[in-house]
Write a protein that binds this ligand. Structure first.
Ligand SMILES: [Zn+2]
Length: 261
C-alpha cells in the first residue's frame, strides 16, 4: 500500500476539484484562472439564461412574481424527488447571490428560483471575506454563472452594529464585520438633515454598491469576465416590507480596467 498514495492523490485531486469549491493551493497566491467551462450536458431541471442580461431579467421577473404572490418555480413539492434526481447529475446556477445571513432574506423564495439555479453566499452584512470571494470565483469561473448580485437589505443588523460602534471595536469576532465594511462610514457620513434611520438606509445601499465594486478590485478573474461582457455584477437592495428587490446600477466595465496585464 505504500506505493499507492501518490497515484491515488494524483488521480483524486482533479476529481475533488470538480466536486467542491477548491481551496486555493497554499503555495500560490493566485490560483490559476479556470476558463469558464459550460456544463450544458449536466444542466439540471431547467437550463438557466445564457447571458448576463437574461440572467438579470430572470431574477427581476422572479422577484416580481414573489412580490405579486404568484411564485411558480418554488411551489410544486410533487416535483421534489425529480428535482433531486436531476441535480445529482450536476449544477449550472445562472446567478450568484451574495447577501446577508439575515433570516428574513430568503433568496430562493424572493427570486422564485428552485434548487440548482442560485449559487448563494451569505455572510452578515453581505461583505464577503476571502472564502466568500473564492466561492464567487468558483461559481462564475467553473459553473458558468452569468451574474453576481450583491444584495443588501433594509433593517440590516450588521450595518446597524457597525454604524453604532462608530469605529470602536465590536465584541468577540464581530470586529470582522467592521473590517469587511472598512471605509463605509467615512464614505457615507450622516447628513445633518437625516435621522439615524435615514442614515442607516443610506449605509445599507452604499454598502451594497461598495461590496459589488470591491469584488472587481479583489478579483482579476471576475474583472476579466466583466470586461469581456461575460459577467455582470449588480448591487441590489431587498426591502423587507414590500419584498421588492431594487437593482442598482451595475458595476461598469470601464471602471474595471484590467490592472494586472
Ligand atoms: Zn443584514
Amino acid at each position: 500500500m505504500r506505493a499507492l498514495p501518490l497515484i491515488l492523490l494524483l488521480t483524486l485531486v482533479p476529481l475533488a476539484a470538480e466536486e467542491h469549491p477548491a481551496p486555493a493551493p497554499k503555495a500560490k497566491a493566485h490560483p490559476k484562472v479556470v476558463s469558464a467551462p459550460q456544463h450544458a450536458a449536466e444542466a439540471p431541471v431547467a437550463a438557466g439564461p445564457g447571458t448576463p442580461k437574461a440572467a438579470l431579467a430572470e431574477l427581476s421577473a422572479g422577484n416580481a412574481r414573489f412580490v405579486a404572490g404568484k411564485r411558480v418555480r418554488t411551489l410544486d413539492t410533487g416535483q421534489d424527488a425529480a428535482m433531486r434526481a436531476a441535480l445529482v447529475q450536476g449544477q449550472a446556477p445562472f446567478a450568484v447571490v451574495i447577501t446577508c445571513s439575515d433570516s428574513r432574506v430568503p433568496d430562493a423564495l424572493l427570486f422564485d428560483q428552485e434548487a440548482g439555479r442560485l449559487f448563494t453566499i451569505r455572510e452578515a452584512g453581505n461583505a464577503p471575506d476571502l472564502q466568500g470571494l473564492a466561492s464567487a470565483e468558483y461559481a462564475v469561473g467553473h459553473l458558468g454563472s452569468k451574474v453576481i448580485v450583491v444584495m443588501g437589505h433594509t433593517s440590516c443588523g450588521a450595518v446597524k452594529a457597525v454604524r453604532e460602534a462608530n469605529g470602536k471595536p465590536l465584541p468577540g469576532n464581530l470586529w470582522a464585520l467592521q473590517a469587511g465594511m472598512a471605509g463605509l462610514l467615512e464614505s457615507t457620513p450622516q447628513d445633518p438633515n437625516e435621522d439615524a434611520k435615514g442614515h442607516l438606509a443610506h449605509l445599507e445601499e452604499a454598502n451594497a454598491r461598495r461590496q459589488a465594486q470591491a469584488l472587481l478590485d479583489r478579483s482579476p478573474l471576475l474583472r476579466d469576465l466583466l470586461v469581456a461582457g461575460k459577467l455582470a455584477i449588480v448591487p441590489a437592495l431587498y426591502n423587507l416590507a414590500s419584498g421588492k428587490v431594487q437593482f442598482l446600477k451595475a458595476v461598469a466595465a470601464a471602471a474595471a480596467a484590467p490592472a494586472h496585464h
